[in-house]
Design a binder for this molecule. Structure first.
Ligand SMILES: *[C@@H]1O[C@H](CO)[C@@H](O)[C@H](O)[C@H]1NC(C)=O
Ligand SMILES: *[C@@H]1O[C@H](CO)[C@@H](O)[C@H](O)[C@H]1NC(C)=O
Ligand SMILES: *[C@@H]1O[C@H](CO)[C@@H](O)[C@H](O)[C@H]1NC(C)=O
Ligand SMILES: *[C@@H]1O[C@H](CO)[C@@H](O)[C@H](O)[C@H]1NC(C)=O
Length: 406
């Protein structure tokens, strides 16, 4: 176990870009500064009919939703794990990093709308509406609607933008205050050292200790009970340790991310057990000889199979609500160490709609949230047009009140 962990660490040696002729070179376009230089980029490999996964391809459409599929499929070398190349973007979300490390998203970490919608379906068996909702949320917060690309890591607008067009300084998933918020599972609050995207082994170790306390020391499980308690503990710690903590209602997204540990990562081949082998593999956590946790590339565990039934928005929404309700925390912010409560923002109306008995309330609530964030994008109309094009065909037929372009 220990040896294999060390072997993984050693395997993380850099690979040269030249070894990948599939890279396309393009230019960021003319600009009178020193940033003009060739950009190495390659896209995710198209799906082979030999390895269909849940049937989604790079056309933005729905797959079959039939899971229980081994990922990567034996022999599908295009989707085997590879270390990220030097300069590749990786960010705070282990689930997205794993997708890029397996080539379901472009391995350079600059992904597209269609790569993301297909990957979420094929790898995690997210149903089509979850895949579209999560992808759109990512885009309205951090992506470029004109080139339809998004960095899963840092802000690199010259790379994500269309050649020669500068439509906005889009964040990338690492951008603090967007998808990336305070009180996450294994990433620092931004205030600590300005790095809220890198894996922190101390935090992972704390999460393991919590899981041991709610299940057993021999076989810690990252189930509902563990994640609810750990989120509570991290909140209380941040309230004391982060004098500029910001915990708005938007922080509910972090509860959503926590549900992935027991809803999306456990293997159907292992009776959906959210055990340490599974979770450490997705987080890229390896136990070192002195008991601390190091980091390697995130990947699917050996012989991993995705969920048999697709993950739907009801499950995601219920997971968020129940996880939060287990240890409810006031929304608010520390302002130089002084706690200022924040009453529910306009998002509360959306949550109300999401919890309505009407099953489409959840879907339409997600749609409303997407529209709300699109309106705050650097170029709101470009973003709204993008949402109208991609999300309206999915959310219209279920009866959501749709935004239309003025
Ligand atoms: C990891 O998190 C702990 C707890 O917040 C913190 O004390 C430590 O400085 C962090 N480590 C790094 C390398 O940022
Ligand atoms: C544990 O070992 C790692 C790797 O050798 C080292 O970087 C880290 O500082 C050590 N941690 C402690 C607490 O000794
Ligand atoms: C969502 O998934 C759960 C678990 O598989 C299932 O019981 C439920 O019927 C699904 N709901 C919808 C609206 O598809
Ligand atoms: C928050 O809500 C409470 C109770 O409804 C109210 O008394 C208080 O003034 C509100 N605070 C702010 C900052 O809006």
């Amino acid at each position: 176990m220990l040896l294999s962990a060390l072997a993984l660490l050693l395997a993380s040696s850099p690979v040269f870009v030249d070894a990948f002729p599939a890279y396309a070179t393009r230019y960021a376009g003319p600009r009178n500064d020193d940033t003009r230089k060739p950009i190495q980029r390659r896209t995710a490999v198209p799906y082979s009919p030999q390895f269909p996964y849940t049937g989604a391809t790079l056309n933005g459409a729905a797959g079959t939703g039939v899971g229980g599929v081994q990922v990567p499929a034996p022999g599908d070398y295009a989707h085997y794990y590879e270390d990220p190349l030097p300069g590749a973007q990786r960010g705070p979300c282990p689930g997205l990093n794993a997708l890029a490390n397996h080539g379901f998203l472009s391995r350079d970490g600059i992904t597209t709308y269609t790569e993301m919608v297909a990957a979420l379906q094929n790898v995690y068996n997210a149903d089509f509406s979850v895949a579209v909702a999560l992808t759109m949320l990512g885009f309205v917060l951090d992506g470029d609607p004109v080139s339809e690309t998004m960095s899963i890591g840092g802000s690199v607008p010259l790379v994500t933008g269309k050649p020669g067009e500068f439509t906005g300084e889009y964040g990338g998933v690492s951008m603090h205050g967007t998808f990336e918020l305070d009180v996450s599972l294994t990433r620092n609050d931004y205030y600590l050292n300005g790095d809220s995207h890198s894996f922190n082994g101390t935090l992972f170790g704390m999460m393991v200790e919590t899981a041991k306390s709610t299940s057993s020391a021999e076989n810690p499980l990252f189930d509902f009970n563990a994640m609810a308690l750990y989120r509570s503990q991290q909140y209380e710690r941040a309230r004391v340790e982060n004098p500029w903590l910001y915990f708005p209602q938007l922080a509910l997204h972090n509860y959503g991310a926590a549900t992935f540990l027991f809803n999306a990562f456990p293997s159907s081949a292992k009776n959906y057990t959210p055990d340490l082998e599974t979770i450490s593999s997705f987080f890229g956590a390896v136990e070192l000889p002195n008991g601390s946790w190091g980091h390697v590339g995130e990947r699917t565990p050996p012989n991993w199979q995705n969920r048999v039934a697709p993950l739907n928005l009801t499950e995601v929404s219920t997971g968020i609500t129940e996880l939060y309700a287990a240890y409810p925390k006031p929304y608010g912010a520390n302002v130089d160490g002084v706690w200022v409560p924040l009453n529910s923002t306009s998002l509360s109306a959306l949550r109300k709609r999401q919890s309505a008995s009407d099953p489409n309330g959840i879907l339409c609530g997600a749609y409303d949230e997407i529209i709300e964030h699109a309106e705050a994008a650097p170029q709101p109309l470009a973003m709204l047009q993008f949402v109208v094009e991609k999300a309206n065909p999915v959310f219209g037929p279920v009866g959501c009140e749709l935004f239309t372009m003025p």
